[in-house]
Design a protein. Structure first.
Lengths: 300, 318
């Protein structure tokens, strides 16, 4: 009996598809999804900048050099210097660390907490579901800015704290998506069949519902990553995120960038390009990933 | 349908109650005492404690928190949001001064974006994976990626430096002087509208793509209908549902999310009002604004869902 079931299971798809070398796969991906590949490239460059910032940065991002204030972009300072004579390029390279840190932790934490709540909500149903849904409604309707203001004034403006302010609004969104997916999976005949065969609730949730929720969860994480990077920049710009002298891209755009806009436009120009490129890359990549994972659009 | 509307209206109550409680207690937890701020400075020692107590009593801040919360909620129920702790003016009056600007900004931005976004998104979907599609996608992802405050800074930079043009400082309502109003609003609208249009374009594209795969579209093609009829009459109508949702929720977000744009362009709108009120610990103002923002968000969401039911006969709510 058991062997029969084994035999009727379809062979894993990987064995049917011709094996490709890594290089061939990359070439195929670039050809099929040129925009996604572009996004992946930008992300790789950003990761490289963050990891090798120590080696790549020509100057100390924190050291003020009053002999070189407002230096134009030149061979010495590619992106110029700011009002303290700090090298803008070095600050942008180190800024990649902050953007990636906040982006990854906030989006992972938000999506994980939200995803778990959504699973619980969908599986337990009833009063728990109703209560959790109301809490999510409150979080969704509550302005993020006030949340960020509260976090910044209670815990102080710092990179670690801005993660909290960025992650909280992600929770209800992730919960919604995962709850909806889990609910529709729960309705499937096979889940009913597994339950009828006597599988425990834990087994049904872990073995049969969870794997189906993973794809939308991954899509959520990638989609929220870009938003989280942007949110950090906006909050730091408003003075509610990272505090001076942290080389946060958003912070680099606040105050001095507009105050000295006429005198030294490069102070505001390059961090803005960095933010835009990073978010652009993650969005492009996230889009292609969604297209690849979404069964409704697959194979097109 | 009627029971559905009743149920939804009923569910609004706990949500708004939650928001009200959250903002009320968050504001009290935040360090910083409004009485000290009003009396000047944070050197607590130099101000007579009796004076502080008198001020607290005058503002009603000496009562237990739950009593304060109850009083406030009772006021909200009668649409009385209290008075600003700083100016003594009614919160609603203060809000009405600033609302036209933010509302105009949000409305114009959403109008501009819808007019651009829906045709573009449709075009990109119909010509999927062509250069048109790629251009539309890159430009719209750009709209998501480029921070609005940076676009604002660039706008001001270019206008001020190269054209010697500065935005007028006083807000002029469109019914007083349309030209002055236009001059003031055009760049903020462009900055906000670009992002808004980007989100809507992407949604339109992906839903039209999904709808184009449906069987009834194949039938429409098979009947020999022209492309325009298939796309506009058959596909677009059904693809509009999620797009309407998005336009609605984005609009609700926009009302509360104009802070950054208003900061960049130094506009005295609702967004600035919230931030200033938090900085001054003006509790009634913050509470009222957060409550009203959440209220508009919830109502817009409800309207969107009802539009859904109205537009799609397949949806039957219990």
């Amino acid at each position: 009996m058991a062997t029969n079931i084994e035999l009727t299971q379809p062979a894993p798809a990987a064995d049917l598809a011709p094996r490709l070398s890594v290089l061939e796969e990359v070439v195929q991906f670039v050809r099929k999804k040129p925009l996604g590949a572009g996004g992946a490239f930008i992300i790789l460059v950003m990761l490289g900048a963050a990891v090798f910032a120590d080696a790549l940065a020509p100057y100390d991002p924190y050291r003020a050099d009053y002999g070189a204030q407002f230096a134009r972009p030149s061979a010495e300072h590619w992106f110029g210097t700011d009002e303290f004579g700090r090298d803008v390029l070095s600050r942008i390279l180190y800024g990649a660390q902050i953007a990636l840190f906040v982006g990854f932790t906030a989006s992972l934490a938000g999506c994980t907490i939200g995803g778990l709540l959504g699973m619980v909500s969908a599986y337990l149903g009833g009063t728990v579901d109703l209560l959790l849904e109301r809490v999510m409604d409150v979080l969704l309707a509550f302005p993020q800015l006030i949340l960020a203001l509260a976090v910044a004034s209670i815990l102080g403006p710092a990179v670690q704290n801005v993660v909290i302010a960025v992650a909280i609004p992600i929770i209800p969104r992730a919960a919604r998506v995962v709850r909806a997916t889990a609910l529709s999976v729960k309705e499937n005949v096979y889940v009913e069949a597994v339950s009828a065969l006597g599988a425990s609730r834990r087994r049904v949730v872990l073995q049969h519902i969870l794997p189906n929720v993973v794809a939308p969860w991954i899509i959520m994480v990638t989609a929220q990553l870009a938003g989280a990077i942007l949110a950090e920049a906006a909050l730091s710009y408003l003075g509610l995120g990272a505090a001076e002298p942290t080389p946060s891209w958003g912070l680099m755009l606040s105050g001095s960038a507009s105050a000295y806009a006429e005198k030294a436009p490069w102070i505001g120009l390059f961090p803005g390009i960095a933010i835009s490129l990073a978010v652009f890359g993650f969005n492009l990549f996230g889009d292609s990933l969604r297209d690849a994972l979404d069964p409704k659009l697959r194979g097109r | 349908m009627r029971t559905y509307v009743a149920k939804r209206l009923l569910l609004i109550v706990p949500t708004l109650l939650g928001v009200a409680a959250l903002v009320f207690f968050i504001m009290r937890v935040i360090p910083g005492d409004v009485t000290l701020l009003i009396l000047g400075g944070d050197q607590a020692g130099r101000i007579d404690p009796a004076q502080i107590a008198a001020m607290k009593h005058q503002l009603g801040l000496d009562q237990p928190l739950l009593v304060q919360f109850g009083t406030w909620l009772w006021g909200v129920l009668r649409f009385d949001f209290g008075t600003s702790l700083w100016t003594g003016q009614s919160v609603i009056d203060e809000l009405l001064i600033r609302l036209p600007l933010s509302l105009e900004l949000a409305l114009l931005a959403s109008m501009v974006s819808v007019l651009i976004a829906i045709p573009l998104g449709m075009l990109a979907a119909v010509r999927q994976d062509s250069w048109v599609d790629y251009v539309v996608r890159v430009v719209s992802i750009g709209g998501l990626a480029i921070p609005s405050f940076w676009v604002g800074i660039l706008c001001i930079l270019l206008l001020v430096i190269y054209f010697g043009w500065g935005p007028p400082l006083e807000f002029t309502p469109p019914w007083v002087d349309p030209w002055a109003n236009f001059q003031q609003m055009v760049w903020p609208v462009v900055t906000v509208g670009y992002r808004y249009a980007a989100v809507t374009t992407r949604m339109t594209r992906s839903t039209v793509l999904e709808v184009l795969r449906e069987d009834y579209i194949r039938t429409a093609w098979a009947k020999g209908l022209r492309e325009r009829v298939v796309v506009v009459r058959h596909a677009l109508k059904n693809a509009m549902l999620p797009v309407i949702t998005l336009i609605g929720t984005e609009f609700a977000f926009l009302i509360g999310g104009l802070v950054v744009t208003e900061t960049v362009f130094t506009l005295n709108g609702v967004g600035r009002f919230v931030v200033d009120a938090v900085a001054h610990r003006d509790y009634p103002v913050v509470q009222a604004l957060v409550f009203l923002i959440a209220f508009s968000f919830v109502i817009v969401n409800l309207l969107v869902d009802l539009t859904y039911a109205w537009l799609d006969p397949r949806i039957r709510y219990r």
